[in-house]
Design a protein around this ligand. Structure first.
Ligand code: ARG
Length: 461
């Protein structure tokens, strides 16, 4: 128990809380992560109280000095939590009061943990989400660095995991950069929308004291201030939005992971992981596994679970604050942690892996990959596409049935110019349309991506 051994709300209760109640309801083990934000919130609040004359300048300064001590204690790990500390807000206020006495007992004037926690959690997001964005940029940069040194390497592009048409490796790698860029935009959109201070909403209805929410919002660096106190304390849309944006990041990383599991398999053999980014088997001495890629795939389920869990928590809640809302933090923190770890690990894995161009190109040079180019060759000389499709399809069928190599059948039936399209390395040069997979549009795309990445990297909330 604290110095007094009492909860913040002891006055109304004849007896203290049961151990089981405390064990079940405390949030301190996970909301400790909000300590910086809670202190920032308390600084703004106490400054605001003095600003409107509720506290004297001396009282304000006493509380600010105590908050500085709490900050130093928490920063150094020397802060001693008490069994009565239900959450980080309780712990900070208790310690401030221990440190400075009567002025400390005024810290919570006109404030509730309901507006306090909503404010602190928004501040936490404003600090943490930009770090995720920086990690996404890091992964984009790793992908682009590999694209820039891929030197015309090509591989099969797939649909239905069946070889479809050859694509430049750079094109494939850059595809993921665009998806990650949209993730950055989504996270920024969420940050823009959450930039509203709930401080001053009190428990649910505001205050009879002359608080100035706009002043504290400005102290905390928020662009906006709440318009409705009930909404201010019960709104967790920002948590849901960030969890959705992170879920989509996780989905993108999962898809990337799945590709690398395939690429590094002996069956594909398109890439070899650096030893530092691969794992072995406890039993099978020869194994080298892509565990980072697999966990990027596996943990997406957990991040999506965090999103769905929060949405289910929110769906039944009447206005305004309900204790259910305490369940917002663990899914958010876990999603941020897991996506951060995945981004860093995948970035290292991709930056250090060795590509195997011979394997990629051998797969992409299989003659049937030229089928669409052959059909389009016929289209250029006036054959309707549907007929061209049938003609080439029939040649592929005959070749597969053992009538001869496709290139020979093509030479006999369609001529030398058509046969040249089946030669190794030709197919990938054929796609010239904007955004396509051939050298010219890929070079144009690279310039476009460079500009887009500069904008993503420099975008500030
Ligand atoms: N630990 C609580 C939370 O995370 C703080 C708010 C508690 N408010 C209350 N009225 N019990 O939501």
């Amino acid at each position: 128990m604290s110095e007094t051994g009492k909860t913040l709300w002891h006055g109304r209760f004849a007896s203290g809380p049961a151990d089981e109640l405390m064990a079940y309801t405390v949030s301190l083990p996970f909301d400790q992560r909000l300590w910086r934000d809670d202190i920032a919130c308390s600084r703004a609040h106490v400054t605001g109280l003095a600003h409107v004359g509720i506290l004297t300048a001396a009282e304000r300064d006493a509380v600010l000095a105590a908050l500085a001590t709490v900050e130093a204690e928490m920063g150094s790990g020397s802060f001693v939590f008490a069994p009565s500390d239900e959450d980080i807000h309780t712990a900070v206020e208790r310690r401030v009061t221990e440190l400075c006495g009567a002025p400390g007992a005024k810290l919570h004037t006109g404030r509730s943990r309901n507006d306090q926690v909503a404010t602190g959690l928004r501040l936490w997001c404003k600090r943490e989400v930009p770090q995720i964005v920086a990690r996404i940029v890091g992964l984009q940069e790793a992908l682009v660095a590999r694209a820039d040194t891929a030197d015309g390497v090509y591989l099969p592009g797939y649909t239905h995991v069946q070889r479809a048409q050859p694509v430049l490796l750079a094109h494939h790698l850059m595809a993921h950069c665009w998806a990650l860029g949209r993730d950055i935009d989504r996270l920024h959109d969420a940050l823009d929308r959450l930039d509203v201070s709930p401080l001053g909403a009190g428990a649910l209805a505001g205050s009879s004291l002359p608080l100035d929410p706009a002043f504290t919002a400005q102290q905390l660096g928020f662009t906006g201030v709440f318009a409705n106190s009930l909404d201010a304390v019960s709104d967790r849309d920002f948590v849901a939005e960030i969890l959705f944006a992170l879920s989509l990041v996780a989905v993108h990383l999962s898809r990337l992971g799945e590709e690398w599991v395939l690429w590094t398999s002996e069956e594909f053999g398109f890439a070899v992981l650096d030893d530092a980014y691969a794992t072995g088997s406890s039993m099978l001495p020869q194994k080298k596994n892509a565990d980072i890629a697999e966990l990027a795939r596996g943990k997406a389920g957990r991040v999506i679970g965090n999103l769905t869990g929060l949405l289910v928590t929110l769906k039944g809640l009447p206005l305004a604050y309900n204790r259910d809302l305490q369940e917002d933090k663990e899914p958010l923190f876990d999603a941020v942690d897991q996506v951060s770890l995945a981004l860093s690990a995948l970035t290292g894995m991709i930056a250090t892996a060795r590509f195997v161009p011979e394997k990629m190109q051998a797969a992409a040079d299989s003659p049937t990959m030229a089928a669409t180019d052959l059909a389009e060759h016929l289209v250029r000389s006036g054959t309707p596409f549907r007929d061209a499709h049938a003609i080439v399809g029939a040649l592929v069928r005959r070749s597969l049935a053992g009538d001869g190599a496709l290139v020979d059948l093509v030479r006999t039936e369609l001529g030398n110019e058509a046969a040249a399209l089946v030669a190794p390395g030709v197919g990938v040069t054929m796609r010239t349309t904007p955004g396509g997979a051939g050298p010219k549009p890929v070079a144009e795309q690279r310039a476009l991506l460079g500009r887009a990445m500069a904008a993503w990297k420099n975008r500030r909330p």
